[in-house]
Design a protein around this ligand. Structure first.
Ligand code: SAM
Length: 656
């Protein structure tokens, strides 16, 4: 992840790095020693107090505002890809340490309050045989703003992974949120038998209809009190019955009504794929006034879902249909204008960026704008994997591409979290945007149609592959795969709304821009308007030429190479790095010193009221850096070391 835009470079002392490394390596060793060991039965009281003590110790580093929590990226493992009904039940007593219990599932009840820590949440659970164990959810502990473990009392764990914490505490550990199924029955407390017996007689159909109606009413009530998840659960329960043949035959509109209502809840929960499908399933198609009114509502919901999925053409189609049914609907007309603006941006690359910027604030940090990609295409870039290439000539200053972020987590949002991660696979410690990875997983769980776009991005770990895999309980998302992709493809949109530090840097994922490779002599530069990335050409780019931007703008050759190696896993061989790398290390050291003086000067001296004396000093500083460059070798290359002091001089001279 590139944190350079936020100005928050994360430094880790050798001592801290070693502490993280040793903790993780010790745990890995412990885990392999313990593999397959039979679990010891635990008495609830002692287990709970042991776990509490250990977890307090574990969170000490993570709870302080001025430190970054350290997390281990252990050996990744795949999420469960089987439906619940294809898994064999197991009991807590069957657990073996450091084992993934593939092909098994376990139903447990929460028996104590949830302990919520910086990166994890844990609680104690019990099975039917009254055995007790610790259950921990790592990072993905919240969903729809609520702690997952707190949201229910009963859970089904798919293919439980039984391991130990860094403090030697045995625990069932959940890394992939799709491996933890929150019991619907527990949420709705209805105790309904959803597999309604279909005997085809009238009594059965009346009873089934009554049951589905009851679910719908409960859903409506929950929606009214803003309990969205609960409303969704009731509607889903109702739909399971209303979509059974016996009810479809006797009351086809019931399923449509519930679908229409669930479409609304889905929009509020940002589950746009299901919102769209529900809205379509709600369509009646009759020409009476009531049906037209209801269909108009359904089309509006479908349009809203499509808009949020950036399918503006679909959104236009749905709104068009709505306007056929309700030609005077003012809201629909306003939406049509909005959608047409997005289509214009998408097709022409013409934006009202000043106006868009003016609409942004901390309360509304995301831009209402479309992406523009037609000047670019993804192609192979020899030695660099894939890259982005110009499909036409682009002049300097012109827009190359504009992209609305797939996901941004702003520093002031509760999800923002940067952690130091130690990856046992390549022995590297990195500052990772774990908050962004978590938000991305969440977004994919909510909208499986987006999976392929994200999973096709560059990463080292193949995980579940590129396609969304869906089973009865929903889509499966491989969290390790997402972390991997985020660490190679995320950028920082900068501190646009304040409240940002190393621990909570703003970070985002722009899928199309993620195909752009790095060069220290780039031909494009990115800027941000909220979560909109605008990439402009800094020099003329010819059709077919590769687009490059800079992942790290440091003027220090060693620091740059280190960042490329650690964060991005490559060695930069651009023209500038070739010349700089061939220089005597003593020359680079001298330049580094001068640049440091210049940076201190820029930080201390405001250019606005700069006196002649300060300007002369700045000129001297610039010259001293300039003199470290060999004019002949750097003839066509940027002198990156002088850029900051040059900017300062330009501003100060303009004021004179
Ligand atoms: C954001 S992705 C860029 C797209 C990527 N090349 C792909 O195939 O999807 C970042 C990764 O691209 C590769 N990369 C980017 N710039 C490079 C360069 N100048 N030289 C070699 N590899 C580069 C590195 O593997 C890096 O981790």
């Amino acid at each position: 992840m590139a944190l350079q835009n936020s100005g928050n470079t994360v430094f880790l002392t050798e001592q801290e790095a070693n502490r993280i490394r040793i903790t993780v390596q010790n745990r890995s060793k412990k885990c392999s020693d313990l593999q397959g060991t039979t679990r010891e039965s635990r008495d609830f009281k002692t287990a709970k107090s042991q776990a509490t003590g250990a977890s307090l110790m574990a969170d000490m580093g993570g709870a302080r505002e001025d430190t970054l929590p350290a997390l281990a990226v252990g050996q990744p493992y795949l999420p469960c890809t089987s439906s619940l009904e294809d898994l064999e039940p197991m009991a807590l007593a069957d657990l073996k340490l450091e084992t993934h219990h593939r092909g098994r599932r376990m139903t447990v009840k929460r028996t104590c309050p949830v302990v919520v820590l910086a990166g994890t949440s844990w609680t104690m659970v019990q099975d039917d045989a009254s055995e007790t164990e610790r259950l921990e959810i790592v990072l993905h502990k919240t969903r729809f703003g609520q702690d997952v473990l707190e949201s229910a009392k009963q859970f089904v764990i798919k293919e439980p992974y039984f391991t130990v914490t860094d403090q030697d505490e045995p625990t069932i550990r959940i890394d992939h949120p799709s491996d933890l199924v929150v019991s619907m029955e527990d949420l709705t407390k209805s105790g309904l038998n959803l597999n309604f017996e279909v005997n085809g007689n009238a009594d059965d159909s009346a009873a089934a209809e009554a049951m589905a109606k009851k679910c719908k009413e409960k859903g409506n009530k929950a929606l009214k009190s803003q309990e969205l998840q609960l409303a969704h659960a009731h509607y889903s329960e109702g739909l399971k019955i209303a979509r059974q043949e016996i009810v479809v035959k006797s009351n086809p509109d019931l399923g449509r009504d519930i679908s229409r209502n669930r479409a609304h809840v889905n929009l509020l929960l940002q589950q746009f794929d299901e919102a769209k499908a529900d809205a379509e399933a709600a369509l009646i198609g009759n020409q009476d006034t009531r049906s037209k009114e209801l269909d108009s509502k359904a089309y509006f919901r479908a349009a809203s879902a499509a808009y949020n999925l950036a399918n503006y053409q679909d959104a236009k189609g749905y709104i068009g249909k709505q306007l056929e049914l309700s030609p005077e609907d003012k809201e629909a007309k306003a939406w049509l204008r909005r959608i047409e603006s997005r289509l214009r941006e998408q097709d022409t690359g013409k934006y009202a960026l000043k106006k868009t910027r003016a609409t942004l604030s901390k309360a509304r940090p995301r831009a209402d704008a479309a992406s523009f990609f037609t000047n670019t295409e993804v192609k192979d870039s020899p030695g660099r994997g894939r890259g982005l290439f110009a499909t036409r000539d682009i002049s300097a200053g012109q827009i190359v591409m504009v992209e609305k972020a797939f996901c941004v987590v702003w520093g002031f949002e509760s999800e923002a979290l940067t952690a130091m991660t130690y990856d046992v696979r390549d022995d590297q410690i990195r500052a990772s945007a774990v908050g962004l990875a978590k938000a991305t997983v969440q977004k994919l769980l909510n909208n499986p149609s987006q999976t392929e776009g994200v999973m096709d991005l560059y990463g080292d770990y193949e995980g579940l592959g590129k396609k969304a895999l869906t089973i009865n309980e929903g889509v499966m998302v491989d969290s390790f795969q997402v972390y991997d992709i985020i660490s190679r493809n995320a950028f920082g949109p900068g501190n646009q709304y304040g409240e940002e530090g190393a621990r909570n840097a703003s970070t985002g994922l722009w899928i199309w821009a993620a195909y752009i490779n790095h060069s220290c002599v780039p031909n494009a530069k990115k800027e941000y308007v909220g979560d909109l990335m605008v990439l402009r050409a800094t020099k003329p780019i010819a059709e077919g030429e590769e687009i490059f931007h800079s992942y790290n703008e440091s003027s220090d050759y060693e620091a740059r190479q280190d960042a490329f190696k650690t964060t991005w896993g490559f060695e930069c061989e651009c023209a500038l790095c070739v010349v700089e790398g061939a220089e005597d290390a003593a020359v680079r050291k001298k330049r580094r010193e001068f640049v440091r003086h210049a940076e201190e000067f820029v930080a201390k001296e405001p250019w606005a009221n700069a006196k002649k004396l300060s300007i002369s000093r700045a000129q001297r500083l610039k010259r001293s850096i300039q003199d470290t460059y060999d004019g002949e070798k750097y003839k066509n290359l940027p002198l990156v070391g002088i850029q900051r002091i040059e900017e300062w001089l330009a501003l100060a001279n303009r004021r004179q």
